[in-house]
Design a protein around this ligand. Structure first.
Ligand SMILES: Cc1cc2nc3c(=O)[nH]c(=O)nc-3n(C[C@H](O)[C@H](O)[C@H](O)COP(=O)(O)OP(=O)(O)OC[C@H]3O[C@@H](n4cnc5c(N)ncnc54)[C@H](O)[C@@H]3O)c2cc1C
Length: 314
């Protein structure tokens, strides 16, 4: 059945858009920076600023695609790979490799084509964290169609609330702030921290429970990577890293955390780092004193039992 024809998004400079692939995933600045820019991946999570793009007109129907979060432009990796050409983000904004043509289709989606190479943007090879974007010569794969949606903001609540209502709301908010403040986790003063990352995503509740159990037997607290905070699994006071807390515990346990530059910025000075990750090439192992390659859901209960046994033996 032919796809239903729907209205094409009209691109307007100064507005922000999400760019989603046929599989519904949203283009995002990658999790980790590399020397010459940040890789671009497709991620499941939506609505974060690093998943928002501005189409800057650079000629008739030609755009530069700029990330809202970093301000960097989407760019062909001129190094090239045998089966396509990778896409990166780059500081420099004027190169012709940063020019893209957004070609409408008849079903509301678009093709995003390099003005330089004529190749189409495509999700390319799958990786654990998402999909590295490449551009490909083939032109008809469904994964070469993209949906561009303007970022819609939640409507602002009416400012016509009565003084009484506003006062009651303010009192309620103040009580909640006080309650929340009491519960804030003291990461900076903690000697033992057990942090969780995206690795718990297949069973978030179970993963957080394990982290708390491990933290409890160690006498420590639970922290998290930014993914854990942005996904709503932990509150912001738990975040370790560049835009979170910088910690110096005696022991830092990283469960299912890859070890991005931004995460390491907040915990690399820990006295002892223990990393549990199922991927033996995860960057966290580069700074770990003890690295355990395995499934955190299997390894963490063993750690808990081993610590309990060691304590009991004392
Ligand atoms: C300006 C900026 C500031 C940032 N600030 C911060 C910050 O303060 N703190 C921060 O943390 N991040 C920050 N980030 C985000 C950072 O780049 C990464 O996105 C984030 O650290 C990745 O979190 P993660 O390691 O949990 O997820 P991922 O990178 O997705 O890693 C998940 C890891 O879990 C492993 N895994 C999956 N399943 C299992 C399993 N069952 N058992 C064991 N391992 C498993 C995977 O192998 C993978 O290595 C910032 C980014 C930017 C651009």
């Amino acid at each position: 059945m032919a796809p239903k024809k729907i209205a094409q998004t009209v691109l307007t400079e100064g507005k922000f858009y999400t760019i989603s692939a046929a599989n519904g995933k949203v283009i995002e600045v990658a999790d980790y920076n590399i020397d010459n820019g940040a890789k671009i991946q497709l991620m499941d999570n939506a609505n974060f600023e690093w998943q928002q793009w501005n189409f800057v007109a650079a000629g008739d129907g030609v755009y530069r695609i700029q990330n809202r979060f970093t301000g960097k432009m989407m760019d062909l990796d001129m190094g090239g790979v045998s089966d396509g050409t990778r896409v990166h983000q780059w500081e420099g904004a004027q190169a012709s490799s940063q020019l893209w043509v957004v070609e409408p289709t008849n079903d509301g989606r678009v093709k995003i084509k390099s003005n330089l190479a004529g190749k189409l943007l495509d999700p390319g090879m799958a990786t654990e964290n998402g999909t590295v974007l490449q551009i490909w010569a083939d032109v008809n794969g469904d994964n070469q169609f993209w949906t561009i949606d303007e970022v819609t903001r939640k409507p602002k609540t009416s400012v016509k609330a009565t003084t009484v209502k506003a006062k009651a709301a303010a009192e309620k908010a103040a009580t909640e702030v006080v309650k929340a403040a009491k519960k804030l986790v003291d990461l900076v003063g903690a000697d033992y921290i057990v942090s969780v990352g995206r690795g718990i995503s297949k069973d978030v509740e179970g993963g957080i429970k394990l982290a708390h159990e491990l933290a409890d037997v160690l006498g420590g607290v639970v922290g998290g990577s930014r993914v854990a905070i942005d996904s709503g699994w932990l509150t912001a006071d738990h975040q370790v890293g560049q835009t979170g807390k910088t910690v110096h515990p005696k022991v830092y346990v990283a469960l299912g955390i890859s070890g991005s530059i931004q995460h390491k910025a907040g915990m690399s000075e820990s006295e002892c780092i223990i990393a549990v990750n199922k991927n033996d090439t995860a960057p966290i192992f580069e700074i770990a004193d003890y690295g355990i390659c395995g499934d955190l859901f299997k390894v963490t209960p063993m750690l808990i039992e081993a610590i309990k046994a060691a304590k009991a033996a004392k």
